[in-house]
Design a protein around this ligand. Structure first.
Ligand code: ZN
Length: 1204
């Protein structure tokens, strides 16, 4: 080996510049190279930057003593030693006279030249086998001549030139010798290895597409297809140092320690295929021949058991034979039930010492002695046999057992089993093989309870090789001459280790949820094999190397799509831990179901196998919190079927499935990195955490869908806490609040179109419909309720019982009649029962106001009789039933004291308010009754207040204080707050704000509370003392961005510069310079965001799930003209800062009037009643959760002040 040390002083300047490029930086893609030899000499910076680890040093300091790439491990062909390397002048490209310095390197296979000796990737490679001649051409020059190209080089001296020529000629001669000896040659011409994949790809830095080939463990780059055929390329990448990673829909990176190759394919599908091919090359590069060498130690194993090809590096581990790559492909096609194919070189984990020993003992010799005892010469295989012949032979040999040596006991099952039980206790593996191959039952009963199976007997006898052999054959099908061979159905029996194979249609895997329908053309037919916890998919049933595989242990979710979601009738999705989604499809329902079952079995642990008992739409594991263990999330197993979510938790039971349509709450909390789906049902709360985004999104959508109503019947509706359909509850609640005093309520009809629209939205998702006064007329709502009840497919009293109810109304004896009603009531289905009771209870309330609304019991009965019994109104009995039920409401429905008391109070409150309203002369139908709390939210502080449209926040506060006899002292800044429990934020209402619109806008998580505003004093001081009416400064900012339309917040808090003036709040990303004369930072950019200040609502507090960096935060809500809500979170460094910002907001929003100047309030001399103090917290979850919330909330400035 003559290797020359590089002379750094001779390194051309231009080459150095090339090295300055860092990894991934764009190379000039100028293709203006010479046409003589089609190399890339003409490209400035055409060299591959090599200095991935330390770019600046390598590039800037030419004299840096660094080792050349020839010595770097893995830098290039590490196995092939370098024969000679050195600097040569390469002849100039056309049109130029300047020779170019090139680092030229020769090994046994390739002549390559590089920009420098530090480059890993050549500018050109010429296979030695393709060199025809090497000739001297004077002036220390020589030519390397191939069939189509001539490369000319100039050495420093004649001696140097001669040395190069000599080593080149020698290498060419040796290569030819090899070729002649090689069996892979045809007529002395080496057959090039077929690429696993070849085609055009864009490579960043090149203007034109390159032709790329994945061959064995290498990725080769060619200028075009023609050069690919000539074998002369740009460079190749040894995949032992490669890594591939997708970048986006069409792009992917091939990363090596020396360079990143950024490729783009024409389509997502092609990208997927390239990724798969390159991953295959990596696997091949990382394979070792250690196992193969050991197994080849036995002579018979050195040739394929089936075709005789030398050096077979594949094996069937159940048949225990060593086979070549081409036969392995056909074995694969037999299905895992016949042959379990493994690579000697790549499946390293499979090859335990025991398995290797088994192959040394059994292997091809005994294997063929049994399986190939009677092969007619005409059916024998050759290494060159066609795929068809191979398939026929292997089907006959292993599936049908056509050539096998029949055991004397063949056909006598009992004797075969007995013989097997005897054989497994000995070392006679060949006998075991013969018995199994002739139909002995691998799991037959031995008759010995202590060791009931052959496996147990072998274990008892200490026969580890027998055990290994039996284990590998647990699921092997017995060969039969008349096999049932339905097309595309190569099942194996499903045993504890799930194995399954067959064709599936598959799309390219995706990194995001599938939103569009995938057309049939987007699916590719793949031979899929599920075996030993791996789902592999192959180009076809004969392919040896899988296009890809999914480990069952990495599957996190399996979802069955509704019929015809995509181009195939039956499709299912497999989600992996690595956030990939695989879509499979089939036309045949049975086959699809079988696959789903098998995949489910393969990835669900025994702990959760109960979940498999029922058909599921979605199955998988998710981190969750539930019950008492809220500290740390654990992984649970979930199955969604219909509207039931079943769960299996490692820590204790969750006895009942969660009924999604009965959820009290279904909400999404947290930020995009840490989303939590909160499901509240009665007293149970389940938090599902979205650690992985992809499958969580799927769960989210599926659960939301499952929680919606299913159909039109009563029990298919979303149900509330006490089995009352949410749709009924919503309407009844609204009428109670707004319609009790409305004349002709339930008799008058609403507008048909409005009623229709309302009912539609209620039917779709009643839980999300919040009826608001002003938006809905009470008559529209009452009509919607009547329409809903009237349209119930089975009626409220059910078809079965309807007549019985009607007949009961005719019973003359009052007591007997009531007891009959009670009896019938008990026999109603639960949801009907709850609904009847709730409705009659409501009607009972309505008739209490009959002097105003004119709807006494009789009138209500006239309206509701036909509605509930779905009659035409002629049958007076229907009305009679309703009238009876209202009149005997307490007895029929066993209303207990407590219930009655509450209801009476409610009615009393309403009546009182009505009277008060009438007295003051301002009463009109539709006044809103609202619950307002004093100081904190609890039952004792509740006040029901009628809110007239004109009421201001100040009036409301005074009314509450009045009612509670609370005196107002100086500097008591009593204020009405809108508290949003979910957002953990509150907003002091401006004294002049109208309350009614706010009350209408309150969600279920919000309430009003009247309390002292402790910061007001210092805010007023600040406003009085400040100069100017703007404020600017840094705050920490976080945006609530909509994600997939779910309104999920994302991102973290970042420093931003804000300017708040009388018209808007502006956000600047950065502050460029400081104006020395004004002291105000100049923001040289336009604002990143700008919001009109008057349309903002500013809440104090930031919900803790967002991890605000300080406790001095506020939440800004901006409602756009389209009524879309956007939320921003801002955090100040100090409490003072927070007060100043807030005061400025108040001031600019209300033109400087922050607090009423009139001392009118300080007139009441009533002693103050303090109502206690509890922090503002969300009242959800367990006691522990609450305590932690309280702890977190004590950091809130408001709660601190509350105790001052
Ligand atoms: Zn073979």
């Amino acid at each position: 080996m003559t290797k020359e040390e590089p002379l750094p002083s001779r390194v051309p300047r231009a080459v150095r510049v090339a090295s300055l490029l860092s990894e991934g930086e764009e190379l000039s893609g100028d293709d203006a190279e010479d046409e003589d030899d089609h190399d890339y000499e003409g490209i400035p910076n055409g060299g591959w930057p090599t200095s991935g680890l330390n770019p600046p040093l390598h590039g800037l300091i030419p004299d840096l003593p660094s080792h050349s790439m020839d010595e770097l491990p893995g830098g290039s062909t590490p196995i092939t030693p370098v024969i000679k390397a050195g600097w040569l002048d390469k002849n100039p490209p056309q049109g130029s006279y300047i020779y170019q310095k090139r680092w030229v390197r020769l090994d046994a296979d390739y002549l390559r030249y590089f920009d420098s000796n530090k480059d890993a990737y050549s500018k050109r490679f010429v296979p030695v086998a393709g060199i025809c001649r090497v000739a001297a051409i004077g002036d220390q020059k020589f030519e390397v001549i191939t069939n189509n190209r001539t490369f000319a080089f100039r050495a420093e001296s004649d001696v140097e030139r001669n040395e190069w020529m000599q080593v080149l000629q020698q290498a060419v001669a040796e290569q030819r010798g090899h070729v002649r000896l090689s069996r892979a040659s045809v007529l002395g011409v080496q057959v090039p290895e077929q690429p696993d994949r070849a085609g055009s790809l864009e490579l960043r830095g090149f203007k034109n597409k390159l032709y790329v080939a994945v061959v064995g463990d290498k990725v080769q780059l060619y200028k075009n297809l023609e050069e690919f055929h000539l074998g002369i390329g740009i460079t190749f990448i040894d995949m032992n140092v490669g890594n591939v990673k997708e970048v986006d829909r069409r792009s992917f990176d091939l990363t090596t320690p020396y360079r990143i190759f950024s490729f783009s394919a024409d389509s997502e599908l092609e990208k997927e295929q390239w990724l798969e091919a390159m991953q295959g090359a990596i696997a091949e590069a990382l394979s070792t021949s250690e196992v193969a060498e050991r197994i080849w130690a036995v002579a018979a194993n050195r040739f394929c058991a089936d075709c005789g090809a030398p050096q077979p590096d594949w094996a069937s581990i159940n048949l225990c034979v060593v086979i070549c790559k081409r036969c392995a492909g056909e074995h694969r096609g037999l299905g895992a039930g016949v042959s379990k194919v493994r690579s000697l070189k790549m499946d390293r984990k499979v090859w335990t010492e025991t398995l290797i020993q088994l192959f040394l003992q059994l292997g091809n010799g005994p294997g063929n002695h049994f399986w190939a005892a009677n092969v007619p010469p005409s059916e024998a295989l050759q290494p060159s046999s066609s795929p068809g012949a191979r398939r026929y032979h292997l089907e006959a040999k292993y599936r049908e057992g056509k050539y096998r040596r029949y055991h004397p006991l063949f056909g006598n099952q009992e004797e075969l089993d007995k013989a097997l039980c005897a054989a497994v206790t000995t070392t006679d593996l060949a006998e075991t093989q013969a018995l199994l191959g002739c139909g002995a039952g691998v799991s037959c009963f031995s008759g010995d309870l202590a060791a009931p199976t052959p496996l147990a007997l072998a274990e008892q006898a200490g026969q580890t090789l027998q055990m290994e052999f039996l284990r590998n054959n647990q699921s092997t099908e017995v060969p039969r001459l008349d096999p049932v061979k339905p097309l595309e159905k190569h099942y194996s029996v499903i045993l504890p280790t799930v194995s399954h194979s067959g064709f599936l249609y598959k799309t390219a895997s995706a990194g995001k949820p599938l939103q569009d329908r995938r057309a049939r053309e987007e699916f590719s037919r793949r031979w899929c094999v599920l075996s030993d916890g791996v789902l592999s998919y192959f180009e076809n049933e004969r392919a040896v190397t899988p296009n890809g595989e999914i480990r069952a242990s990495e599957i996190v979710c399996l979802a069955v799509s509704p019929l015809d979601t995509h181009g195939f009738e039956h499709t299912f999705e497999v989600y992996t831990e690595g956030e990939r989604l695989y879509l499979f499809g089939l036309e045949n329902a049975e086959l699809a179901q079988e696959w789903v079952k098998c995949i489910a079995k393969a990835f669900v642990p025994p702990l959760a196998e109960d979940l498999l008992a029922r058909d599921f739409e979605r199955l998988g594991r998710l981190p969750y919190k539930a019950g008492l263990s809220l500290q740390q999330a654990q992984e649970g197993w979930f199955a969604l079927a219909g509207s039931e979510l079943r769960a299996v938790f490692p820590e204790g039971p969750w006895e009942e499935p969660l009924q999604l349509r009965r959820l009290q709450e279904l909400s999404i909390q947290g930020d995009s990195e840490n989303q939590v789906l909160v499901l509240v049902e009665r007293r149970r709360t389940l938090y599902l955490q979205g650690e992985r985004r992809l499958d969580f999104m799927g769960w989210l959508a599926a659960i939301q869908k499952a929680a919606a109503s299913l159909g039109d019947t009563l029990s298919e509706q979303q149900l509330g806490d006490s089995d009352i359909p949410v749709i009924v509850y919503r309407c009844v609640d609204y009428i109670t609040q707004c319609g009790l005093t409305s004349e002709g309520i339930y008799r008058k009809c609403g507008q048909t179109s409005k009623t229709q629209r309302l009912l539609e939205s209620l039917r779709q998702d009643a839980r999300s419909v919040h009826l608001k006064e002003g938006e809905q007329h009470v008559d529209d709502v009452s009509s919607a309720l009547k329409r809903f009840l009237r349209d119930l497919p089975d009626g409220l009293f059910t078809r079965a019982q309807r007549l019985a109810w009607l007949e009961a109304s005719e019973i003359e004896d009052e007591e007997e009649k009531i007891s009959r009603y009670r009896e019938l009531f008990v026999h109603l289905p639960p949801v009907n029962r709850a609904t009847v009771k709730a409705l009659i209870s409501h009607l009972y309330c309505v008739q209490c106001f009959s002097d105003t609304n004119q709807m006494n019991t009789h009138n209500l009965a006239i309206v509701f009789g036909p509605t509930l019994f779905q009659t035409d109104g002629q049958d007076y009995k229907a009305g009679k039933v309703v009238e009876d039920l209202i009149n005997h409401y307490v007895v029929v429905f066993s209303v207990d004291e407590e219930e009655l008391r509450k209801q009476r109070e409610e009615v009393t409150a309403i009546v009182k308010m009505r009277v008060a309203g009438t007295a003051s002369g301002t009463q009109h139908a539709g006044d809103f009754i609202c619950t307002v709390y004093l100081e904190e939210k609890k039952v004792e502080t509740e006040q029901h207040v009628k809110i007239p449209a004109s009421m201001t926040a100040e009036e409301l506060a005074l009314e509450i204080l009045d009612r509670r006899n609370v005196s107002i002292r100086e500097k008591d800044y009593w204020t009405c707050f809108e508290v949003n429990e979910k957002e953990e934020a509150e907003r002091p209402l401006h004294y002049a704000e109208k309350v009614l619109p706010i009350v209408h806008g309150l969600g279920i998580d919000s309430h009003l509370v009247v309390k002292k505003y402790q910061s007001m004093e210092s805010m007023l001081l600040y406003l009085a003392s400040r100069v100017g009416d703007t404020k600017h400064g840094m705050m920490k900012f976080r945006e609530d961005r909509s994600l997939l339309g779910l309104g999920l917040p994302s991102g973290g808090f970042h420093d931003r510069y804000f300017i708040l003036n009388s018209s808007c709040l502006r956000l600047y990303k950065e502050v460029r310079s400081q104006r020395p004369w004004s002291g105000a930072p100049e923001t040289s950019h336009r604002p990143e965001k700008e919001w009109p200040v008057k349309s903002l609502k500013v809440y104090l507090g930031v919900k803790k799930k967002l991890r605000p960096p300080t406790c001095w935060g506020f939440t800004v809500v901006h409602e756009t003209e389209k009524h879309e809500k956007q939320q921003w979170y801002l955090c100040c460094d100090t409490q003072m800062e927070l007060r100043e910002w807030f005061a400025t907001f108040l001031s600019v929003q209300h033109d400087g009037l922050v607090w009423p100047s009139e001392p009118s309030r300080v007139s009441r001399a009533v002693p103050e009643v303090r109502m206690g103090s509890v922090s503002l917290i969300p009242l959800r979850g367990s006691e522990n959760e609450m305590r932690r919330s309280v702890a977190a909330f004590t950091a809130d400035p408001l709660s601190l002040l509350r105790h001052v």
